[in-house]
Design a protein around this ligand. Structure first.
Ligand SMILES: [Zn+2]
Length: 141
């Protein structure tokens, strides 16, 4: 049996992270959370850069082999985590921006006033229905 939302747009099953996020929080909250998460990764990147610089600063050629090994391990840990955080920051930010750029209803231009529709034929896009004018369009992921 198909459920129907407040405005008359049907509500059904979802596949993607964007669809799940819209269903759970609504688009605006989802977008806000994505931005906060992406910037948290940027902060992590800054901390990793500081850790990397501190490790270079603390490195001593005359230190024991064990200490030098620990310094190299710290450099690798900071560099690896920093690269991961950078990738995640860029991905989350561009994903959220790409979705936000498609959040205007093409028919009445209402921003982010939509809900999901049950028919989700494409795995790479989310079908949505405008709450104001009932126009349907898809948001590419
Ligand atoms: Zn509309």
């Amino acid at each position: 049996m198909r459920r129907v939302g407040k405005s008359g747009c049907a509500v059904g099953s979802w596949r993607s992270g964007l669809a799940e996020g819209i269903r759970r929080h609504g688009f605006r909250k989802w977008y806000e959370r994505e931005l906060i998460t992406s910037h948290a990764h940027l902060v992590l990147l800054i901390f990793c850069t500081l850790g990397l610089l501190a490790t270079f600063e603390a490195y001593d050629r005359g230190a024991s082999a064990g200490q030098q090994l620990a310094d190299v391990a710290a450099v690798l840990l900071c560099a690896g985590t920093g690269l991961w955080a950078l990738r995640r920051y860029l991905f989350l930010l561009s994903h959220a921006e790409a979705a936000a750029n498609q959040a205007n209803c093409p028919h009445c231009d209402a921003y982010a006033r939509f809900e999901l529709v049950p028919e989700q034929p494409r795995a790479d896009a989310v079908q949505v229905c405008c709450r104001k004018c009932r126009h349907r369009w898809s948001i590419d992921e």
